[in-house]
Design a protein around this ligand. Structure first.
Ligand SMILES: NC(=O)c1ccc[n+]([C@@H]2O[C@H](COP(=O)([O-])OP(=O)(O)OC[C@H]3O[C@@H](n4cnc5c(N)ncnc54)[C@H](OP(=O)(O)O)[C@@H]3O)[C@@H](O)[C@H]2O)c1
Length: 255
């Protein structure tokens, strides 16, 4: 199948490593012009080299509205339109109701929910200039079932889904697609860091998690990136307002 991504311009946020990086790499391999962002210039520079193609990077912290406004302004100066927007950010800090501070709540509100609002709002004028615009929100399996010790993810990510589902009705008539993906456990530095905080007993945290996944293993970032590239591409032209789990069967609910 041809994903028809040749020369499409796609912004992938939080993409110097992990899920964003893997998605940007698949998109670039499929011929898209990819723009990545993150907070650290050195990591972005090396990601640009390994992603290859005509990748560009912009240093931007997506938890800050001013950074998002200037990120999109930079894109506007190099491209007349935006064909795809992959909304991704760093993960909220772990913790339980008794350990999370007001400051953690406030920061995660900006990092997880408002970043999605600001990125969408600022990008819409450029998306409207594309003939196949698409927005994809990367969330988490936590929107379907809570994850232990991730109160902030469990609380804030469902709001992104509520926004996406509502927005899908609003922008669907303009033929702008909006969808969301919900990763389970995809083996990245973030997952390694979370597991480092949860070591106990004889079984390693990784083995413990993998024993709960029907496919028996964590996902590889490229397996995640391929699904995202499809959903962002014109090949997925009738997929709109959808929520797709990428979790090896971890979520056990029927709906
Ligand atoms: N991996 C999984 O299995 C999984 C499952 C469910 C949900 N998620 C969520 O998916 C997201 C990505 O996860 P990951 O595993 O790819 O994490 P990761 O390996 O830690 O990578 C995070 C990426 O985001 C960038 N970043 C972090 N904060 C940022 C900010 N404020 N503004 C711009 N860029 C930022 C980082 O670069 P800099 O630090 O240089 O900015 C890095 O490139 C997280 O929100 C995570 O909670 C992941």
């Amino acid at each position: 199948m041809d994903l028809q991504l040749d020369n499409k311009t796609i912004l992938v946020t939080a993409a110097s490593r992990g899920l964003g990086y893997a998605t940007a790499k698949v998109l670039a391999d499929e011929g898209a012009n990819v723009i990545i962002c993150g907070r650290t210039e050195d990591s972005l520079k090396s990601a640009k080299t390994t992603i290859g193609g005509s990748t560009e990077y912009v240093v931007a912290d997506v938890s800050r509205k001013d950074h998002i406004v200037s990120l999109i302004a930079k894109i506007q100066s190099i491209s007349p339109a935006l064909d795809g927007l992959f909304v991704n950010a760093g993960g909220p800090p772990p913790g339980t109701f008794s350990t999370i501070s007001d400051e953690d709540w406030r920061h995660t509100f900006n990092l997880t929910l408002m970043s999605a609002v600001w990125l969408t709002r600022e990008s819409l004028p450029l998306l409207r200039k594309s003939d196949s615009p698409s927005v994809l929100y990367s969330t988490s399996i936590s929107v379907k079932q809570p994850i232990d010790n991730l109160l902030l993810s469990n609380s804030m990510r469902p709001a992104v889904i509520g926004m996406m589902r509502t927005l899908a009705d609003e922008i669907g008539p303009e033929c702008i697609r909006a969808n969301a993906v919900c990763p389970g456990y995809i083996y990245t530095e973030r997952v390694e860091e979370l597991m480092a905080h949860s070591s106990d007993g004889e079984v390693s945290p990784k083995e413990k998690i993998e024993s709960t996944i029907p496919l028996g293993r964590m996902g590889n970032p490229v397996e995640f990136g391929r699904v995202c590239a499809f959903l962002l591409s014109p090949a997925a032209s009738y997929v709109h307002g959808a929520l797709l789990l990428i979790d090896g069967g971890l979520y056990k609910g029927m709906m």
